[in-house]
Each structure stands twice: as C-alpha cells, then as structure tokens.
Design a binder for this molecule. Structure first.
Ligand code: ARG
Length: 543
C-alpha cells in the first residue's frame, strides 16, 4: 500500500551523492536552511513554501478562534473577580507562551513535519511518537476542529436569523458546521498557497476585530455612550479583586477555559518541514505571535468589563454578541456574530492545514495506511509530462491565484479529507463535555511529556545543534503548571481520565501492528527522524 518503491535507505544515499559531488550542492549542504534530504520519499518537504508571515498567520489564525469571544464567562465566574480573571488570562497566555517557546526549540533542532510525533520518537522511542499520533489524529485534532466548527455554525445561524437563533434546531447548526468544514477542506486541497493566503487575510481581520472591540470599549468607558440600556458602571463601583476565588480547583477550571482560548500554539510545529527557513523563522514566529495574542486578549477582556455588567459577563456564552448589542444595537450584534463566525472559519482553515500535515506524515511513516501519505490526486501530482502540466485544473488555479503548484497537485488531499471526515463525525455526534475533558487531559499529557522531553534532551544530547534555545526555566515552568492542571483534572473527573487512559492503551496493539509488525513499514524503512539524524550527523562530519 506504500506509494514509493525505493527503500528509504536508498533514498538517503541517492540524495547525498549528487549533492556532495558538485560545488553548488556542497554549499547547499553547508547551509542549514536548505536541507535537501528525502524522508521516505516525502514530497511535501521538497516543496517548501512557508514564510515567516505564513507561519505567523497560521499560528495566530489558529489560536484566535472561538475562545476570546465565548469563554470569558467561564474565566470570570471561576476566578471570581475582574482582577483575578485578568490574572488568569495572563497566566494562561504566559503558560501557552512557555509551551510554544519550548516547542520552538524542539522544532528548530528537529525541523521535520509532524510536531510532537517526531520529538517523542526521538526522545522516548517510536512507541511514544506513535501514541501521540494515535490520539492526535483520531481525537485531539478532529475533536478540537469539531468544537470550533460547531461554534462557527452557531454564529452563522445567529447572524442569519438574529435572536431567533436560540430556537433554531441544533441540526441546522451542525449542518452549517459540516458545510463550513467541507468548504475549508476543498479550498485547502486546491492549493497550499490558497490556504495560507486565506490565513493571512484572516489574521489581519482578527486583529482588526479585536482592536475594534478594544477601542469601542475604551470609548464607551470614557464617554459613557451606549446605544442600548444604561452605561455599565459596575467596573467603577466594585473593587477589581472583590470576590476573588480562593479555591485552587476554581482557578484550575478558569485556567482551562483560558487555555482553550490560547490553544493551538503547538501548530507551527506540525509544518516545520515546510518552512523555507525553519531555523530562522520558527524562533521568530513564536516571540511575535504569543505576545500579540496575549495583549489583544487582555485588551478585549478589559473592553468587555467596561461595557457589560458583571451579571452578563458571567452568564453569557456569546459575550461578543452581547457586547455588540449593548453598544450598537441589532446591527452591532449582527456585525459581531459575523466577526466571530469569520474568526472560527479562519481557525478551522489553519487547523485543517496542520492536521492534514500530521496525518500525511503519519501515512508516510507507516503509522497509518500509506494511502494517507499521498500527495495530490491521481494524475494530478507532480507534473511529469506536458499533458499534466497543461491540465485544466492546474491552469485554472494558476490563473486564479498565481500558484503554479496548484490544481490539487501538491496538497495532502487524502490526509485532509480523512481528517475532515473524522471532524464531521465528531460534529454530528457532538458529545461536548467528554470531548473537552478528553482534550484537556490527553492534550496536556502530551504537551507535558514533550516539554519534559526537551529537558531530557538537553541533558542527554547537550551538543545537539539548537538554532534556538529557550531559558531552561521556560520548560520547567511549563512542566510544573501543566502537572498541576493535569492532577486537578484527573481528580475532578476520574471516569473521564479512565477513558483517556483506555484510549491511549488501545493504541499499543495498533503500534505493534503498524510499526513493529507487517502492517505498516516495509523492511528497511525507518522513521523520518532516524533518517534525518543520520543525514544530520553526516553533514556535520560525525559519521
Ligand atoms: N484557541 C482556539 C479557539 O479559541 C481553539 C484552538 C483549537 N485547537 C486546535 N488545535 N485546533 O477557538
């Protein structure tokens, strides 16, 4: 079922040879930014196309999704006061930042597609990488996409029918969610550039929306003007730390809600292999993206506080729409509903892009059926003859978006469709409570283990080339806080934790079948990080 016939070892050798024999090739080898290595014949990494801006819009577009427009209620109720909720937002943001910075170090040192999958394989062994892939492919990625898609559906319906949306059938919401997901997948299958360009547009749109909310909030606070109802004075009359919760489990719940809004910070790591200059750009993306997101979330939260009474902040799941309504009436709530829907759509776009790469890598590595590691559609892959180069679809896409690699040619179509089908299934089943807890427990377990792996790697391989190094305190802080969060979740929802453990354990036999047994790899094939490491050592003259 594999798509290529030459063993990876042969690929490895044949890649080295032509390069080391020419002067140009030699200098290309010396330049760490261009790595002509072939990973089991992987072709996405050969068509590197991501720039700094793409990376930035990818991660910002993924992080800013539904959370800041809907989860403030959870944060506020559990933190207990204005001040405490702002503290929670800050802590959640900084925690996400420490995580992202740790991942950036790993991604710089091991610039391969697949994220934690390759880091865990390298650090703990392939079984760990497999179990991560198992969870991420089947639950974490499609589950989180489903949540964002459902919120997208709700807001589209809200924008379409206004206040009647409360009565609309959930099936309409779900239908719109599935349709949105389908649209995103089709666009992303057509061309990588189309997907990333959409991401760029959405990034600016989101910053615009959040700055709009902030400015509106400040204007309202200063002038006291609102279209509807009394100007809110709660923030002047109550102390900002009155009522702050003293119960650690409340803080943990608030933190989880905040972390959902910041989640997705690991996603550039899934596509590191496609960056043109991973060494330079990955460590730049994180320190720009994270402070920008933290700042805009804090400002938006303050704007909400200025405009909305405490009772509304603490009870509304659609805080942004309430905000629009209070300030600008019906039109305001309509505009904000559209903004939130757009924001979710952008997040869906970004998450589809990275999920596709995750599934694709897993297919390439033999962890999943090899079919998923295919690029393009039959007959529309790399143009090998004139006929293919002239195919109508390729021409149309070239015309439309100036992407000469477009036309269903260079995107992991099978992988993205597979992910979309799983997402649609989760949208339809829609067991939210379970999904979110699963996401929290399993997701943070893997984050924790991966960042712990960074520390282990520092000790075990101190001389590994790390183009970017965080302070050692960064992973340590991340590990401590995520351990606290995990322990809280495990004690609060033991039965859900059992589900997570059972699911992870179910991956073990699959691992033996796919990786150790006859199911996946052919004899002689290896995980990409092994091939890469050998290449890397050769490049540096170790072997
Ligand atoms: N932070 C996003 C939001 O506020 C959710 C990201 C979901 N995570 C993911 N890996 N797709 O909606």
């Amino acid at each position: 079922s594999r798509s290529y016939s030459v063993s990876s070892v042969f690929d490895f050798a044949s890649n080295l040879f032509p390069l080391s024999s020419t002067a140009a090739g030699y200098s290309a080898l010396g330049d760490p930014s261009s790595r002509p290595l072939d990973l089991n014949g992987a072709s996405l990494e050969k068509h590197k196309s991501l720039t700094y801006l793409n990376g930035l819009s990818l991660i910002v577009g993924l992080i800013i999704g539904s959370g800041i427009f809907s989860s403030p209620a959870q944060v506020n109720i559990n933190a207990g006061s204005y001040g405490a909720s702002l503290v929670v937002w800050t802590v959640a943001g900084v925690l996400a930042w420490t995580g992202a910075a740790s991942y950036a170090e790993l991604g710089g040192a091991i610039p391969l597609n697949g994220g934690a999958q390759v880091y865990l394989s390298k650090i703990f062994g392939e079984w760990a990488g497999f179990l991560f892939t198992w969870c991420a492919v089947f639950v974490l990625k499609p589950g989180s996409a489903a949540i964002v898609a459902i919120i997208f559906g709700e807001y589209v319906v809200r924008a379409a029918v206004g206040a009647d949306a409360e009565n609309a059938s959930t099936w309409i919401n779900k239908g719109v969610a599935v349709a949105g997901m389908a649209l995103v997948v089709i666009l992303n299958c057509i061309s990588t550039k189309l997907g990333t360009r959409m991401g760029d547009v959405f990034m600016f749109f989101k910053f615009l929306a959040l700055s709009g909310i902030t400015i509106t909030g400040i204007v309202v606070a200063v002038t006291g003007f609102t279209w509807h109802g009394q100007p809110n004075t709660d923030w002047k009359t109550t102390g900002w730390f009155d009522g702050t919760s003293t119960d650690p489990s409340n803080w943990a719940v608030a933190l989880y809600a905040g972390l959902w809004a910041f989640d997705g910070w690991d996603n550039t790591n899934y596509v590191v292999g496609e960056f043109l200059y991973p060494h330079r750009d990955l460590p730049r993306v994180i320190p720009t993206a994270m402070p920008l997101v933290i700042l805009s979330y804090l400002l938006a939260s303050i704007a909400y506080i200025f405009v909305l009474p405490v009772s509304v902040i603490q009870s509304s799941n659609t805080i942004a729409v309430q905000f629009g309504f209070v300030v600008f009436g019906r039109v305001g709530s309509l505009v904000l509903a559209i903004i939130v829907a757009g924001s979710c759509f952008g997040a869906l776009n970004a998450t589809t892009f990275t999920s596709g790469r995750l599934v694709y890598t897993a297919g390439k590595e033999g962890l999943l059926p090899g079919l998923l590691g295919h690029i393009g559609m039959p007959g529309m892959g790399e143009p090998t003859n004139r006929l293919q180069r002239k195919s109508w679809a390729r021409k149309a896409v070239t015309r439309l978006i100036g992407d000469d690699e477009g036309g269903f040619g260079f995107t992991p179509i099978n992988a993205m469709v597979f992910n979309a089908i799983l997402t649609a299934a989760y949208i339809i089943i829609g067991e939210f409570g379970t999904l979110i807890t699963f996401y929290g427990v399993a997701g943070y377990t893997f984050y924790f283990v991966t960042v712990l792996g960074l520390i282990i790697l520092r000790i075990r391989e101190p001389y590994l080339e790390r183009p970017y190094r965080t302070w050692i305190s960064t992973p340590v802080i991340f590990c401590c806080v995520s351990l606290f969060l995990l322990s809280r979740a495990i004690f609060a929802k033991p039965e859900q934790t059992v589900i997570v453990v059972a699911f992870v354990a179910a991956g073990v036999p699959v691992y033996f079948w796919r990786v150790k047994g006859k199911g996946g790899r052919r004899k002689g094939e290896e995980g990409s990080w092994k091939i890469w490491r050998r290449w890397e050592r050769w490049r540096r003259g170790v072997e």
